[in-house]
Design a protein around this ligand. Structure first.
Ligand SMILES: O=C(O)CCC(=O)C(=O)O
Length: 305
């Protein structure tokens, strides 16, 4: 029987000691940094995302969108068919609007994140441009992200680290990310189809693993190796929306699958996402690297039972 571990260890002191940071990363497969990103920067992006959600008519009339207070009368009328047609929790046009936000993608290049991954890889950092935003609401037709390893979804080098953080404070009642520390040492699991983001879960009794649970504040950053098992906790606070980001990072000297260089969701093109952007340096920036492209292994997704 696994243990429930209360709270992530803050690895901030290791940022000044890359050798110790890499040793901790290798041992645990997960690192947490309290308040790594400036709170005001995260909250400014939150406002932009919540204004898009407000445009759907999902937020409480008269409330400040920044509060994330939802209109249950509207949400309770969503049908299974509607919810199942959503992308990362919202209708496609709204997800597209989030993907078009320059500040969303710019945050992946924040100097504090680049410095973290530079120290972790000891090599030039390649932020994947395929950034993901997730909108999570309490409804009967969606499930929390099941226990999984990101490698099945990303492939390329195993040494990809996902950077996860919430846009706003996220007490565990709103479904934060729970990680099984040291699980990356067990190698890749086979999988089966499962409800929730990603659609696959590992073939392993999740109660046999240790799980870390915590509350998150805007600015906190959790990062996991691509073989580290993690899952979302169920969102139980029906009055508030949870919004989070997943950014991925690797060394520019390691192989990458070309899907990681395309916009998330498969149907957008960079040209449309970049429309109206001010900063040229955030666009097609990966082309300055001579990247080694990896093959896709479709067998990894084959359900083993
Ligand atoms: O935010 C979530 O629910 C899950 C995020 C996650 O596990 C991932 O993108 O790998």
């Amino acid at each position: 029987m696994g243990r429930l571990i209360e709270g992530y260890q803050d690895a901030t002191p290791l940022l000044g000691d890359p050798v110790a940071l890499r040793a901790e990363a290798e041992r645990e497969g997960v690192l947490f940094f309290k308040g790594l990103l400036p709170r005001e920067t995260v909250l400014a992006l939150r406002r932009q995302v919540l204004e898009i959600i407000a445009g759907l008519g999902w937020l409480r009339p008269g409330s400040d969108p920044q509060s994330g207070l939802v209109d249950r009368d509207v949400l309770d009328k969503l049908t299974r068919e509607q919810v199942e047609s959503f992308h990362e929790g919202i209708p496609l046009e709204a997800y597209h609007a989030i993907q078009r936000l320059e500040d969303f993608h710019a945050l992946a290049h924040h100097p504090r994140l680049i410095a973290l991954y530079q120290a972790l890889f000891d090599a030039p950092v390649l932020p994947h441009p395929r950034n993901i935003a997730r909108v999570v609401l309490v409804n009967p037709f969606s499930a929390p992200t099941p226990p999984h390893q990101d490698y099945h979804h990303i492939q390329g080098t195993a040494d990809v680290w996902t950077c996860w953080f919430t846009l706003g404070d996220c007490p565990r009642s709103m479904g934060g990310l729970s990680v099984a520390p040291r699980s990356h040492h067990d190698g890749l699991y086979t999988v089966h189809a499962a409800p929730g983001a990603g659609g696959i879960a590992i073939n392993r009794d999740e109660d046999a693993l240790d799980w870390i649970v915590d509350d998150f504040e805007a600015g906190d950053v959790l990062t996991v190796h691509s073989h580290t098992v993690h899952k979302a906790l169920p969102h139980r606070n029906k009055d508030f929306v949870r919004v989070s980001c997943d950014f991925r990072y690797q060394s520019a000297e390691e192989p990458i699958h070309e899907a990681s260089l395309r916009p998330h969701c498969g149907i957008f093109e960079w040209e449309e996402l970049y429309a109206g952007w001010k900063r040229q340096d955030l666009q097609y920036y990966w082309k300055k690297h001579k990247l080694e492209l990896a093959e896709w292994n479709a067998d990894l997704h084959k359900p083993a039972y």
